[in-house]
Design a protein around this ligand. Structure first.
Ligand SMILES: C[S@@+](CC[C@H](N)C(=O)[O-])C[C@H]1O[C@@H](n2cnc3c(N)ncnc32)[C@H](O)[C@@H]1O
Length: 282
């Protein structure tokens, strides 16, 4: 078997009866031009092991290998896909390893030696959970060199949102604190089989060598959750849930009590996290 012998993806899906399951977030990409574009958005592949979550019938997997990935480790929990993926393994000897497992229960950091990129058309039902897990990796910088991921456009907008925009919230702070996050391109729903209800977007996240400003990750998570818990209230009200002297906390962070969460920069959230940490341990 060579790559040229691999059957078209539509035939693969029919032959292996891979009817998409909604419960597994299955929306397959069958256009190899599009999967090639996603693979190229990840950056250089030749020196990297690529971890792919949810290869399904293998459209993106094929593109990653065709674009020169040194090795692909693909984690898929739907056993029905394994035979189709075995054909790709045969076409690219020694370069594709398929792991039959739930990505949420897999220690991905332990999978690869050497430089790693993560590339995936994620199952939408667990996309945010996976992203947050990767962003909360300790220690920082993380064990992977980049994340290139397909999300629903609305989630992508929340990842790249700037202060003052309606999508700005916990996800933007967490993502942009530790990575440079940018949208690569939108993908029309018609590109998927079956089509999802909404447009999708590919987002590329490049870990910063050090976070944008110093803060304890847990303290940052706490102040961000409190502030956005009541996003339209002034922080002198929303931060009360932290159980500290709120005016003193805001003053120590150098902020105005009348500010609202959606207008605070990531650096300002970090200042709040540092003040929170200092007051809590005082
Ligand atoms: C949106 S589809 C993408 C399929 C394929 N990569 C493509 O682009 O055509 C998501 C894939 O993730 C798989 N999946 C869903 N939940 C998973 C989990 N917890 N662990 C691993 N794979 C999962 C699904 O079975 C499906 O193949």
């Amino acid at each position: 078997m060579t790559p040229d012998d691999l059957p078209p993806l539509r035939e693969v899906i029919a032959a292996h009866e891979l009817r998409a399951k909604k419960s597994l977030g299955q929306n397959f990409l069958l256009d190899l031009n599009l999967t090639g574009r996603i693979a190229r958005a990840a950056g250089s592949l030749e020196d990297h092991t690529i971890i792919e979550v949810g290869p399904g019938p293998g459209g993106l997997t094929r593109a990653l290998l065709a674009e020169g990935a040194k090795k692909v480790i693909a984690i898929e929990r739907d056993d029905r896909c394994l035979a189709a993926l075995a054909e790709i393994t045969a076409a690219y000897p020694g370069r594709l390893e398929v792991i039959d497992a739930d990505a949420l229960k897999t220690d991905m950091a332990a999978l690869a030696g050497g430089p790693v990129r993560i590339v995936a058309n994620l199952p939408y039902n667990i996309a945010t959970v996976l992203l947050v897990g990767w962003l909360q990796t300790e220690p920082w910088p993380p064990w992977y060199d980049s994340l290139t991921l397909m999300f629903q456009k609305e989630v992508a907008d929340r990842i790249i949102a700037e202060p003052g925009s309606k999508s700005y919230g916990r996800l933007a702070v967490l993502a942009q604190w530790r990575t440079k996050a940018q949208k690569a391109f939108d993908v029309d729903r018609a590109a998927f089989t079956p089509p999802p209800k909404v447009t999708s977007s590919v987002v590329h996240l490049l870990p910063r060598p050090a976070p944008l400003a110093p803060a304890d990750p847990k303290a940052l998570e706490k102040v961000v959750a409190a502030a956005f818990g009541q996003r339209r209230k002034m922080i002198r009200a929303s931060l009360k849930t932290l159980g500290l002297d709120t005016p003193a906390l805001i003053e120590a962070a150098g902020l105005r009590p009348e500010e609202r969460a959606e207008r605070l920069s990531i650096e300002e959230f970090c200042a709040l996290a540092r003040a929170y940490e200092a007051m809590k341990t005082a």
